[in-house]
Ligand binder design. Structure first.
Ligand code: 5AD
Ligand code: SF4
Length: 427
């Protein structure tokens, strides 16, 4: 999402004739687009800002701006403690950036805009993209779910969706610019709804864009996975057979306390339904350990659900205290060492599951989109299956952007290895 937002900001600045600087030290203005989801993300921004401050000590006219979610949530802290920050701009205010830049240049005062909008979706603004395989397309912004651990509803405001026409036009433009894959993005991507056109209508329309080899989307909420969505995925071979389905926790009391709106059994039934509708589907997830009040026994329920589902992959996090959220008010916060201990356990278990899932691919022929040169060897390509597994194989006559058939011969770490069988027609 931040890459997509940065591409919007770049487009806005280019419109005003600003140009990217070759090096950070050469820039007249430096912007950092920020994420506030966990403390770790914030720490990275603070250390970047330390770097920019040093540049400013040597070159006092350089303008420093903090954009995005941290600007929204830490405005007062930044104004008080980081006086070298000139511009603070929330995620709904990017359009104001050129005006604020001009103002700052004329009167050298701090410029702040963190107004949240009920309407801004940047619909008529084409992002400035680097040439590549995958184009990120933001289809909706904000979130109305209010999971009690999450800062997003506060930093990004209420849900709103872009028009289908705007999104389809952007997908067509992406194909014209050489992209072969799009990833539809939203905080809650499958609660997309524009003039009563729901997410599956949009998927259906995007899947019909000529030349688009692959469509992915992230992140859906389990509550909004509909039969229509699964049916649309099953009908279009260019919609990737992968669903990211954040579990967060496996215990009903904790799920309720998180305000996740589903129980463990709902979730498990949904997984069965997804696997029945989409044979061979890849399912990945997000897991939080050490949510306030989570007992050891409740934590075991998360391991149990993982054992039942056997996710293909997972992003696993220690609960991170976010000021202003409901969960920050809970008094039974879990000790940091205990959180670390639980995190170690979920990571270990997931490793086994990933390996087990990957081993089932050995001997199969998979359709792979050639995406880049493998990090391990210049003679090998790396590409993904529709189900989102990385596959490494010798280049032979395949080219980047080709859809090829690869016979899987072994697993290595989290990826698969194989050899080219043939060029495949569009998936
Ligand atoms: N602490 C830890 N993880 C969090 N996430 C969101 N908020 C927090 C938090 N306060 C995780 C959730 C979500 C993913 C994007 O980030 O798992 O699905
Ligand atoms: Fe945060 Fe996702 Fe929950 Fe929205 S649905 S509050 S973005 S975790």
């Amino acid at each position: 999402m931040n890459v997509a937002d940065s591409e919007l900001v770049e487009a806005l600045l280019k419109r005003e004739s600003y140009k990217p600087a070759p090096k950070l030290e050469d820039a007249d203005a430096i912007f950092v687009n920020t994420c506030a989801i966990r403390e770790h993300a914030e720490k990275k921004v603070h250390s970047q800002l330390g770097r920019y401050r040093k540049i400013k000590l040597k070159k006092k006219d350089v303008i420093i701006g903090v954009l995005g979610c941290m600007a929204q949530s830490l405005k007062h802290d930044l104004l008080e403690n980081k006086p070298y920050v000139d511009i603070i701009l929330g995620p709904d205010s990017y359009r104001k950036l050129p005006t604020l830049l001009n103002r700052n240049q004329s009167d050298h005062s701090s410029q702040v805009d963190t107004t949240l909008s009920r309407f801004e979706v940047y619909d008529n603004l084409f992002p400035s993209r680097q040439v590549g395989i995958n184009a990120w397309i933001s289809i909706m912004r904000g979130c109305n779910k209010f999971c009690t651990f999450c800062i997003v509803p506060f930093t990004r405001g209420r849900e709103r969706s872009r028009s289908m026409e705007g999104i389809v036009a952007e997908a067509k433009q992406a194909v014209a610019d050489g992209f072969v894959e799009v990833t539809l993005l939203g905080q809650n991507v499958n609660s997309y709804n524009h003039n009563n056109n729901k997410f599956h209508y949009l998927l259906d329309a995007v899947a019909q864009v000529p030349g688009l080899k692959r469509i992915r989307f992230t992140s859906p909420h389990p509550q909004d996975v509909s039969a229509d969505m699964l049916d649309t995925m099953a009908r279009h071979s260019n919609i990737c057979n992968h669903i990211h389905l954040p579990l967060q926790a496996g215990n009903n009391r904790i799920l309720k306390r998180m305000n996740r709106t589903y129980t463990r059994n709902h979730y498990l039934a949904l997984v069965r339904n997804i696997r029945k509708s989409l044979p061979g589907v890849g399912i990945s997830t997000d897991i939080i350990v050490g949510f306030p009040g989570e007992t050891e026994i409740e934590f075991q329920d998360t391991l149990e659900v993982m054992n039942e589902v056997k996710f293909d992959s997972a992003f696993m996090f220690k609960y991170s205290y976010r000021r202003g959220t409901k969960a920050a008010e809970y008094e039974d916060q879990i000790d940091e060492n205990e959180k670390q201990n639980r995190l170690g356990k979920v990571i270990e278990l997931q490793k086994y599951h990933t390996l087990e899932r990957n081993q089932a691919f050995i001997g199969r022929e998979e359709t792979v989109l050639v995406e880049k040169v493998s990090k391990k060897s210049a003679n090998q390509w790396a590409g993904r299956t529709g189900s989102n597994k990385w596959v490494i194989f010798n280049k032979e006559d395949a080219q980047i952007r080709d859809m090829v058939k690869v016979k899987i011969t072994k697993t290595e770490g989290i990826s698969l290895q194989g050899h080219l069988v043939s060029q495949a027609e569009a998936a």
